[in-house]
Design a protein around this ligand. Sequence first.
Ligand code: X8Z
Ligand code: ZN
Length: 599
Amino acid sequence: MKKLFCILLLPLFACGGPEQSAGTATETPDRFVERINRELAAVRMDQGTSEWVFSTYITHDTEILLSLAEQRLSAWHSNAVAESLKFAGQDMSPATARALHLLKLSTAAPAPNDAAKRKELAEITTELAGMYGAGKYCPDDGRPCMALGELEVILAKSRDYDENLDAWIGWRTISPPMRDKYRRFAQLANEGANELGFADLGEMWRAEYDMSPAEFEQEALRLYNQVKPLYDELHCYARSSLARYYGEDKVPLDAPIPAHLLGNMWSQTWDNIYDLLEPYPGVGDVDVDRTLAKENYTPQQMVKSAENFYLSLGFESLPETFWKRSQFSKPADRDVICHASAWGLDGGNDLRIKMCIKQSYEELRVIYHELGHNFYQRAYSHQPALFQDSAHGGFHEAIGDTVTLSMTPAYLKEVGLVESAEDSHEAIVNRQMQRALEGIALLPWAKLVDEWRWGVFSGAIAPGDYNKAWWELRTRYQGVAAPVERTEADFDPGAKYHVPGNTSYTRYFLARILQFQFQRALCDAAGFDGPLHACSVYGSKEAGAKLADMLEAGSSQPWQDTLEKLTGTRQMDGSAIIEYFTPLMGWLEQQNEGKTCGW
Ligand code: X8Z
Ligand code: ZN
């Protein structure tokens, strides 16, 4: 299946599943789609449960079991698509035509219709996912090996240039062995995409937006140009603050920022270095970490806090099985894929999250994010299997992100996560800075990850230039630079989950724009009257009903229809994010006046 919510989903299911029956010569398009929906539910169980076991217990054997399930899935998919071709040009309802279109797109790694290649592709994708999940940095100076979680803590908390550098370089020792496998993966998946009628896998990924792939590429660029001024201001301010702290020899004022100093392994979010960038030191209480530590929140309590938010909107409690089957903590005795994900197994009846929760505000927000996926999965569970998905990938990612916008100081105080909810201008600017370091910092990164993959899949980026092209994009978009020389002996894209995990990334870029549009609409529904940044829809049944309405549609209609129903517009649009950050932007422009910005 298509990779949705950070779930390593590959092609569909298998030949010979229990529910599978051959089509008849007289089968109508409607009947065919009904049958495919039935089969799909069964094949998803097979693949999904195998993937869950693998992801929560990475071993040689679970890797084999997952790879076999992926092969069954892709065989089923190839077969189903081939069968669907007999209806080409026939009269059918728009819903049936849409279902056939979605069937074709329902895999993130289409396998060629050939048993040996299917096997090779499934083995490579499973192996890559396992390499990332089990990846560790083992220093050669006698220190113990470190997993990603530990290295991330160093980057988040250490303010020592060299200590950060060691963690940053260390994590990237896991990915060079992925390079050749990734090259072969691209070859095989491209061949699969060709068989489905696409020029390459990138074009296939861009075909899921109810517009042509070329139009979508332009659309993404249009949106990026709309929000880029926000990032440029933030970058300028962050660079000068870092230069003050580390010295201009380490952080030159006219060059990209060294990538290991922004508090995050990929420089994708910068809120961990808020302490270095706080506009008005000590004003307002934004320190949720302190409360979590003081009250020693358990992972379960953190998840409950997130669930409570959704319940306040009128959603039903998560099922008992969610609490029994989810993985909240990193098991001590085995390798798992810690990267957070939300699962809607059994057609959305068996909801779970898989995380290695740490006691921090950052992680609390990830939990709110993941539950957004789960509530979406449950809301569309009544749809036929081919429509059990979000309106487009960005919608799935945007639900929990929208909810986090309601985590205003007033909300955090109400639920006891901060002590005071000051709303002076200074406190607002501080609070907005914290949010921008998360939401605005992500924008260029979220744009570039797939630009790199689109280039790889189309051949515009040759295997011999994988790393060079990666760093060109990172510098062009993010204005960051590798702190040490990188060469083609490295494979830095592989050190980010979504590349070996083959999850498309444009969804996060779109979500970061949509979440503000959604929030504006929900705040209107809640009857909120005030600046967007101050709105929390916590407790609003009206906002909840509007949200639920959108979620229930799943992917049954073009996303433009779904967006219009919630927001009144058919276009994704950056004006809400710009409106939201107005106070901070005014402040940043003042701070940056007279500075040399850009890189
Ligand atoms: O992968 C995720 C989620 C899982 S769907 C935790 N995100 C991206 C990332 O971590 O790189 C959320 C924001 C961006
Ligand atoms: Zn997500």
